[in-house]
Design a binder for this molecule. Structure first.
Ligand code: NAD
Length: 366
């Protein structure tokens, strides 16, 4: 490959591929013709290991996805001499060493398709909360296995109404979660975010802002994580923070796996400090077969609502992020760089969002 080449690292469609599955490596977001019309070539693959290093070295644009993340490390960035643009097909660009690009002074921009799957994820959060609160997955398994064990399920099933739910992060997804939970008549909705909600938005969901994550976890029956992975959130939920949770609380994480210490969370569920854990994000991805969350369970053998990283990759979301990637490429190919401001994470190497840490210097792209 030489300058002008685009590398796309997407998930494998394989035997499940259909034309609607735009996000598969085979379908390449439906962009093959569009890219060729702009006199670039595209190499689309689901391989993520050393076999793609030669392509990375020559790529001008790399399109990647959080669902089958290719880790764009410091070494890979340094080797990619032609690299100008990294696009995340979806939301969440922590698989790219953003701080390294920022410090290197290179003219590399990183964009994601902001908002493309926020509804999809917020719905999945509510689904996971309800599954855990109502002990739904064990009840379903019981039915499938021919059982009728009311006591087995009911001894650990509750209502969401009357409980306190807290979100770490109240950006696009966190706020949509609050909006969706509001009609459930919870006792209280709490949030912690260093960027406070406007009074207009806050009052619509009647949420109370707390001053710290410790305060949030101490008061919540259910905690949901909706903040990006960055230096300030990596391993944030560890043994120490878990000891400050309300005993028997539930934890739902659809943000990023590495925000939690995997073994500490599994231990907390086993000991009863947490009653259950659910979500769709792991570290690394794909999760190894022996990842502690694959077998995590509470004293009853329940309390596990994990799925592979699917919440933001349904067909509605794929259609939106495929279009978003096309629009970003269009702005790039035109040389106008007139991106949607909310999509820009790094513009020519400079941070353009406050979401990846409160300590970042941010340029205005409006
Ligand atoms: P967003 O930028 O709209 O909101 C993120 C919010 O988190 C911001 O308000 C930011 O201030 C806040 N935040 C950052 N660090 C924090 C901290 N230490 N404590 C509290 N709040 C903090 O982003 P979004 O669209 O809501 O997405 C959030 C994250 O969800 C993404 O970065 C991504 O990692 C994840 N995500 C997952 C999926 C999925 O498929 N599971 C899909 C989309 C996004």
């Amino acid at each position: 490959m030489s300058a002008g080449k685009i590398l796309a690292v997407l998930f494998k469609g394989g035997e499940y591929n259909t034309p609607k599955l735009l996000g598969s490596a085979e379908n390449a977001l439906g962009l093959k013709k569009f890219i060729q019309e702009h006199n670039r070539s595209i190499f689309s693959t689901s391989d993520k290991g050393p076999e793609i290093d030669d392509y990375i070295k020559e790529a001008e644009v790399i399109i990647s996805t959080p669902f089958n993340p290719v880790y764009i490390s410091k070494e890979r960035i340094d080797s990619a001499k032609n690299l100008k643009l990294l696009i995340t097909a979806g939301v969440g660009s922590d698989h790219v060493d953003l701080d390294h690009i920022n410090k290197s002074g290179r003219d590399i921009s990183v964009l994601e398709v902001t908002g493309s799957n926020t509804t999809s994820v917020a719905e999945h959060v509510v689904l996971t909360i309800l599954s855990l609160v109502k002990n739904f997955i064990p009840a379903h398994q019981n039915a499938m296995e021919g059982g009728w064990d009311i006591a087995k399920i009911s001894r650990d099933a509750y209502d969401l109404e009357g409980k306190v739910v807290g979100t770490i992060g109240a950006g696009r997804i966190g706020y949509k979660v609050l909006e969706r939970l509001y009609p459930f008549k919870t006792k209280e909705l709490l949030y912690y975010d260093y960027q406070p909600l406007s009074e207009e938005l806050r009052s619509k969901v009647d949420a109370r802002r707390v001053d710290s994550i410790e305060e949030l976890v101490a008061q919540s029956d259910i905690v949901t994580i909706n903040a990006p992975l960055h230096a300030g959130t990596k391993s944030l939920v560890n043994k120490e923070l878990l000891s400050k949770f309300k005993p028997g609380a539930l934890l739902v994480n659809t943000a990023r796996g590495a925000i939690c210490n995997a073994q500490d969370v599994a231990d907390a569920v086993k000991s009863g400090q947490l009653r259950g854990y659910g979500g769709d994000v792991w570290y690394p991805q794909p999760a190894p077969k022996d990842h502690p969350w694959r077998t995590l369970s509470n004293q009853y053998g329940d309390g596990n609502a994990m799925t592979p990283h699917v919440s933001g990759a349904n067909l509605d979301a794929q259609a939106r992020y495929a279009l978003g990637v096309k629009n970003i490429l269009q702005s790039y190919f035109s040389g106008k760089f007139d991106y949607r401001p909310q999509d820009v994470i790094l513009l020519h190497g400079q941070y353009a969002t406050k979401a990846y840490g409160s300590d970042k210097e941010v340029v205005d792209v409006n």
